[in-house]
Design a protein around this ligand. Structure first.
Ligand code: ZN
Length: 223
């Protein structure tokens, strides 16, 4: 029996999914988290995810899905021999793209959600500030929601609280949820594996910092 008060968050310990974790805690009675290990460059990501989940009082399941890294090559997040694209290339996807990642993650999450009886699945994907990842788009999420429902004959609801928010608005949401400091200090978004404000140079840090500055400026101008 699927419980509509129960939610499973696809959780990485980064800014977006941490904000989603606390959004879920506000909106659902019982929240669980699932984290995937897929040969990330930075195992510290998983340690961070465990720590934040513990702080949030949310049980976390860690699943090893190394095959995702094994079946595709050329991704700089998995293969340390590949140098990361410093900025998004004009016509192609950045080499931080892991083909099929969200397809695998959400499919596995749905099976896990079914196991624990959670009707709601939450993911922090966003198509605003679009990095060119096709599996972050709303059309993909809607399509997959239909597919997993057909696959398991259930009525899962995939929630994407950040889909139409830019990074500044995501910071605002964290602030409204009362976890601004936690998100700022504890999460890891940096591609170089440095928590909090990160290395400051990689594309993830730049996006995060730009959004943070925008948010802080707008907040100060309202005071
Ligand atoms: Zn960085």
């Amino acid at each position: 029996m699927m419980d509509s008060n129960k939610a499973l968050v696809v959780f990485s310990g980064g800014q977006d999914s941490t904000t989603c974790l606390f959004w879920a805690k506000k909106n659902f009675k019982e929240v669980h988290a699932i984290t995937f290990l897929y040969g990330q460059r930075h195992k510290i990501e998983v340690e961070k995810a465990r720590k934040i989940a513990a702080q949030a009082g949310v049980p976390i399941t860690v699943r090893e899905v190394n095959f995702i890294g094994e079946i595709s090559t050329g991704c700089s997040l998995i293969d340390t021999a590949v140098k990361m694209d410093p900025v998004k290339p004009e016509k192609t996807m950045p080499n931080t793209f892991v083909p099929g990642r969200n397809l695998f993650f959400l499919s596995i999450a749905a099976v896990h959600a079914r196991e624990i009886g959670a009707k709601n699945i939450i993911t922090g994907v966003s198509q605003t500030d679009f990095s060119g990842y096709p599996d972050c788009r709303d059309s993909f999420i809607r399509s997959l929601n239909v597919t997993i429902n057909l696959a398991m004959d259930e009525q899962f609801l995939i929630h994407t609280p950040l889909m139409w928010l830019n990074k500044a608005q995501t910071w605002k949401l964290a602030d409204e949820l009362g976890v601004f400091d936690l998100v700022r200090n504890e999460t890891l978004t940096c591609y170089n594996g440095i928590p909090g404000d990160g290395c400051g140079n990689c594309p993830a840090c730049q996006l995060r910092m730009k959004g943070l500055q925008e948010y802080l400026e707008s907040k100060n101008s309202q005071l």
